[in-house]
Write a protein that binds this ligand. Structure first.
Ligand SMILES: NC(=O)c1ccc[n+]([C@@H]2O[C@H](COP(=O)([O-])OP(=O)(O)OC[C@H]3O[C@@H](n4cnc5c(N)ncnc54)[C@H](O)[C@@H]3O)[C@@H](O)[C@H]2O)c1
Length: 252
């Protein structure tokens, strides 16, 4: 029987109080890892950390902060190192959308999305990378998006941020390889969460109809791919983008 055992591992998952991030944190905890829950909402982060700890009988902790703030991102990663002595797994999951057509997009909407999705990923990765390079081991998993590969109407800011995450992933992978630090990205398609609940029903139906597997993905579908990339089963995989999208779709 093959089992994935992360019992001696520590993990930081950004934006993990709900949605895909929460499913990822749960999956890593189920495999035995100690998990640090991060979110911008302190109450939600605390609640999720307690819930996961009870459910899987593992140690968890939480650190609420905005990952796009340099000082806070550094403190987030330091908290894991101080509490558990090392940082084995970092999942850069926190992300936001501010959708509107390009001609209506304000600079503020552009900056907000780039700051959280791309700059936040850079800041958390840089802080963890320093520790992982010294450890001579570590795994970084960045949550990109199908929108970063295909583009999407109304998402110039979001698509640019998620395409940026892919380029970033490939560079971190080559810089980390000599010291055993791997970095990969996952590009989810349409996943059922609060983020996609905000899409109008008519557009959602059209998107789902264009998915070859004819259903939206669930947060657990992404968490399963993260578990694989976090484990030694993927020890020869770095600098890659794994599409988890039901066969891809082009709703436009
Ligand atoms: N849902 C989808 O269909 C889908 C598709 C492709 C990619 N993604 C990506 O997956 C990730 C998770 O998406 P989701 O659908 O679970 O979204 P979600 O909105 O349900 O959850 C995102 C979480 O991140 C937190 N967060 C937001 N900004 C933050 C910040 N600055 N610092 C710390 N935490 C912050 C939020 O509070 C929230 O708990 C995002 O990066 C998103 O872009 C989602």
């Amino acid at each position: 029987m093959i089992t994935i055992d992360l019992k001696d591992k520590t993990a930081v998952v950004t934006g993990s109080a709900r949605g895909i991030g929460k499913a990822i944190a749960e999956k890593l905890a189920e495999a035995g890892a100690k998990v640090l829950i991060n979110d911008i909402s302190e109450e939600a982060a605390k609640q999720t950390a307690e819930e996961i700890s009870k459910k899987y009988n593992v140690e968890t902790t939480y650190f609420a902060c905005d990952i796009s703030n340099e000082e806070q991102a550094n403190k987030l990663i330091e908290t894991c190192k101080e509490k558990w002595g090392k940082v084995d797994i970092l999942v850069n999951n926190a992300g936001i959308t501010k959708d509107t057509l390009l001609l209506r997009m304000t600079k503020e909407q552009w900056d907000q999305v780039i700051n959280v999705n791309l700059t936040g990923t850079f800041l958390c990765t840089r802080a963890a990378f320093k520790i992982m390079m010294n450890q001579r081991s570590g795994v970084i998993i960045n949550i990109s998006s199908i929108a970063g590969e295909n583009g999407n109407v109304g998402q110039a800011n979001y698509s640019a941020s998620k395409a940026g995450v892919i380029g970033f992933t490939k560079t971190v992978a080559v810089e980390g390889a000599a010291r055993g630090v791997r970095c990969n990205a996952i590009a989810p398609g349409f996943i059922q969460t609060a983020m996609t609940d905000a899409i109008p029903d008519k557009i959602k139906e059209k998107m789902i109809a264009s998915i070859p597997l004819k259903r939206p993905g669930q947060p657990e579908d992404i968490a399963n791919a993260v578990l694989f990339l976090a484990s030694d089963l993927s020890s020869y995989i770095t600098g890659q983008v794994i599409d988890v999208n039901g066969g891809g779709f082009r709703p436009n």
